[in-house]
Structure formats: structure tokens, C-alpha cells
Write a protein of this length. Structure first.
Length: 236
């Protein structure tokens, strides 16, 4: 037995440098989980899907990076880790859990896992009818209503996807605004407060039927460029 143990130890000593053996002392990433739990639903469980695109009237249009940075409570860059849908208001909303990699403004930190609320997603037809009445769905049977979900986006904006990387501008976390769970961070101006990668550049969504939605048309940046701009703003 002693001879076998000696042989195993010799093999490990020889091969560990070659195969990259790790030890218990390896530093692990510690995630500060601030994500919010609520009862969600899986839209894949519905047999009938109705697709719509909602129009919104915004109190304010954020025309550029400067306006967003000035009004945001938190400005962070990171990765989408989980997506769930919220429809207690009868409106399609999406909650995505977001792991922060860089922070440029506010109280949030690297490795915080937060929950962000944005417009669009899925709403169960029954929830929609409860809030707004059956209207054009009056000919639906009770069974068809139970089996129907509405897929909606905000003016054609893209939905969050797991492992997407975003730069997001966030409002204060929700507090005492039922039925929304406390602690959710709303995107500032919905899609206006989210920069996503299109190719290798970060850009914001602009409604395709409104070419002059923003006054500033130069709204696409390399990560290096936007990182430098935001660091300069943070230091001022």
C-alpha cells in the first residue's frame, strides 16, 4: 500500500505543472446576491401565443450619454444571468438578474447580483383580462384563455438574453410600489437606459419607425471609448 501511495504522489508531482492542477487555496469569485425572488411563470407552458408590440409615451427622451448619466442613480456594466417574467399588473414586464462587472456611478459594486426590471416580455391572457377586460378576446373560451400568453415588446426593442453583456443606467430600487417587489432596479427610460452589443460596439435601441427618436445620432461606442468617458464622469 505504501508503495502505491508513493507512486501516485510521484505521478502528481510530475504532471500537475503540465495539466494545471488546482488546490483548495484557489481564489473563488464571491458573488453578493441581491437578486429579488418572486413567483414567475414559464411562457413555454402555453399552447397559444399572441405577439404584439406596444407603443409608449415617455415623459422624457434621454438623447445621449450625458443625460442618462446625470439622471441615473446607478450606472453599471455586466452580464445577464437569469430571466423571468412579471405580469401581476396585466402588462408584460421582464425581470433579469444581472451580475455587475464594472460600476461607474452609485452604491452598487463589482460582483453584486441585482434584479433589473424592463418593459416587454410575456403576460398571461387571464392577467391581461383581469386588468383591462376581455375586449377583443370575448370570443375566447375559458380554456383558450388559460392556454394563451401574449408576447409583447416595447416599440420593437430587443428582449434581454442570458449571457448578454449590457451597460445599464438604472433608477432607484423600487420601494413600496405594490405589486412590484421591493428592491427591483428599473431601467432608466426603459430601452433608452440599456446599451447592448451590436457586433463589437455598444449601442442603444432606436425605434425603427422613428429615425429621429434621439436628437443625437452618434450613439454607438467601442467598450474602450465608453469606459473612458464614464470613468472621466465618475471622477468629476
Amino acid at each position: 500500500m505504501k508503495k502505491s501511495v508513493s507512486i501516485i504522489l510521484t505521478i502528481l508531482i510530475i504532471f500537475c505543472p503540465l495539466i494545471g492542477c488546482t488546490s483548495n487555496n484557489t481564489k473563488k469569485r464571491v458573488i453578493n446576491d441581491k437578486s429579488i425572488y418572486f413567483e414567475s411563470f414559464n411562457p413555454d407552458g402555453f399552447s397559444n401565443v399572441i405577439q404584439t408590440s406596444s407603443k409608449m409615451d415617455f415623459e422624457k427622451i434621454y438623447n445621449n450619454l450625458d443625460e442618462l448619466f446625470e439622471e441615473a442613480e446607478n450606472v453599471v456594466y455586466g452580464t445577464v444571468k437569469k430571466i423571468e417574467y412579471f405580469d401581476d399588473t396585466g402588462v408584460a414586464l421582464t425581470k433579469y438578474d444581472f451580475l455587475i462587472e464594472k460600476t461607474y456611478k452609485g452604491i452598487l459594486n463589482q460582483n453584486d447580483l441585482i434584479s433589473i426590471l424592463t418593459s416587454g416580455g410575456y403576460v398571461r391572457l387571464q392577467k391581461y383580462i383581469d386588468a383591462f377586460g376581455n375586449g377583443k378576446f370575448s370570443d375566447f373560451s375559458s380554456e383558450k384563455i388559460k392556454q394563451t400568453v401574449i408576447k409583447s415588446n416595447c416599440m420593437g426593442s430587443p428582449s434581454p438574453r442570458i449571457e448578454d453583456k449590457y451597460l445599464v443606467f438604472l433608477s432607484k430600487p423600487i420601494q413600496d410600489e405594490k405589486p412590484f417587489p421591493d428592491g427591483l432596479y428599473p431601467e432608466l427610460g426603459t430601452f433608452m437606459g440599456r446599451y447592448y452589443y451590436k457586433g463589437n460596439k455598444l449601442t442603444r435601441y432606436k425605434p425603427t419607425d422613428e429615425p429621429y427618436f434621439y436628437k443625437d445620432t452618434n450613439d454607438t461606442f467601442s467598450f474602450e471609448a465608453i469606459d473612458k468617458i464614464l470613468k472621466n464622469k465618475s471622477s468629476n
